[in-house]
Design a protein around this ligand. Structure first.
Ligand code: DGJ
Length: 379
């Protein structure tokens, strides 16, 4: 990586080793360099972790968790950061799209946890709709809620609407029995309990837990929240209402008791695909993938999509999935977006973006230390 006397180096000289994150990075990049520092238009490492991207009117908007330095960065002190780009490589800092609150009574008070924000555009209401994983301040990961914020402008500011445990009192597809009142699956440890979870005993009457999540809009305009529920043991797919601000009541469980998190959903040639990870906190683990003919399933496990060394496959190239981005104007071409978390110094988390390659109908990932969009047009 070359060292240039650019703004980053100037910042480094001014502030000394306190800001090593801006040191020695090359802003003149022509493509993606997974895992390396990625500078925005101000010469600062992009701060949009656990992120997702929408394309709107020819512009990409990247939303993600704004992290601060140190372990303190693992909770929200600033909010959701947004960047914009036309080429996916050069990103302009759009500031804070959703800010944490100073009000101690607010769900999104400084010190809560805001993770994996995603935004979709609702053409009916001309509104940008943001959903994110919300944990209430001081409650660790116990609240497990889906937070909602809206804005008329892509870059915000977004107005916080509220948070939910989705589909309170509503049974998932295929359930005809009364939902039982059950303990959290975390309390169900023996084998018999695992069977009970598979059978749906951890579906809750008081609304479903929602942690790692993503959003997906289908070709027919229907929006979905796909989220890790039942103490991260089972994925839940919730259809959103037409304005994307609530739940229609139609929902299903995917891979009960398989402990998937970090879900990312995409569609190619009429088939649905899913990337996910196992549950190992901030540590990377082997990637997972699945496909289905209908978004409602049945879903078929495809296994680890990584095609690298043993170590790369065991860690998904040292990353955890956050989103799969359809490349604008190139139907069928997608970019895998993953996070290389740095929980000891959260702001230094890196982005691992790789082209999604295909083995027949199966999406796979290979390591590319540097690549660009021409990858998709190669013969
Ligand atoms: C893994 C999740 O995917 C992250 O978003 C975050 O919640 C960490 N766990 C916290 O340990």
């Amino acid at each position: 990586m070359s060292v240039r006397f650019n703004r980053s180096l100037f910042t480094f000289i001014l502030l000394g080793f306190a800001v090593p994150i801006t040191f020695a990075a090359d802003t003149g990049r022509g493509g993606f360099r997974p895992g390396e520092l990625w500078l925005d238009d101000r010469g600062v490492h992009i701060n949009a972790h656990g992120g997702g991207i929408i394309a709107h009117d020819g512009v990409y908007y990247w939303f993600g968790e704004h992290k601060i330095a140190g372990e303190a960065g693992n909770v929200a002190h600033v909010g959701v950061h947004v960047y914009s780009s036309r080429d996916l490589v050069h990103w302009r800092d759009g500031g804070i799209a959703l800010a944490v609150s100073d009000n101690a009574k607010s769900d999104i008070v400084n010190g809560c946890i805001i993770e994996r924000p995603k935004v979709i555009y609702n053409a009916k209401t001309h509104t940008f709709v943001m959903w994110f994983h919300l944990e209430l301040k001081g409650q660790g990961y116990g609240a497990a809620r889906a937070g909602l914020a809206i804005s008329d402008k892509a870059t915000g500011p977004y107005k916080y609407v509220g948070s939910f445990r989705p589909n309170k009192g509503v049974l998932p597809l295929g359930f005809d029995a009364e939902v039982k009142t059950v303990p959290d699956p975390g309390e169900l440890k023996d084998k018999k309990s695992a069977k009970a979870i598979q059978a749906g005993d951890s579906v809750r009457q008081d609304g479903q837990m929602s942690r790692d999540m993503t959003l997906f809009v289908d070709d027919d305009g229907k929006g979905y929240l796909l989220t890790s529920s039942e103490e991260n043991r089972t994925l839940h797919l919730h259809e959103l209402t037409d304005d994307y601000r609530g739940f229609s009541g139609k929902w299903t469980r995917i891979f009960p008791n398989a402990s998937n998190e970090a879900p990312a959903l995409f569609k190619r040639a009429g088939k649905y695909y899913l990337f996910a990870s196992g549950t190992t906190y901030w540590n990377p683990n082997p990637g997972r993938s699945a496909m289905a003919d209908s978004i409602w399933g049945p879903w078929t496990v495809l296994g680890n999509p990584c095609r690298g060394t043993q170590r790369e496959n065991a860690t998904t190239f040292a990353s955890q999935s956050t989103y799969v981005l359809p490349v604008s104007g190139r139907p069928g071409d997608f970019i895998y977006m993953g996070d290389r978390w740095r929980p000891k110094n959260a702001i230094d988390g890196r982005y691992v973006w790789l082209p999604v390659e295909w083995e027949n109908d199966r999406p796979v990932l290979r390591w590319h230390a540097e690549w660009d969009l021409s990858f998709f047009t190669r013969p």
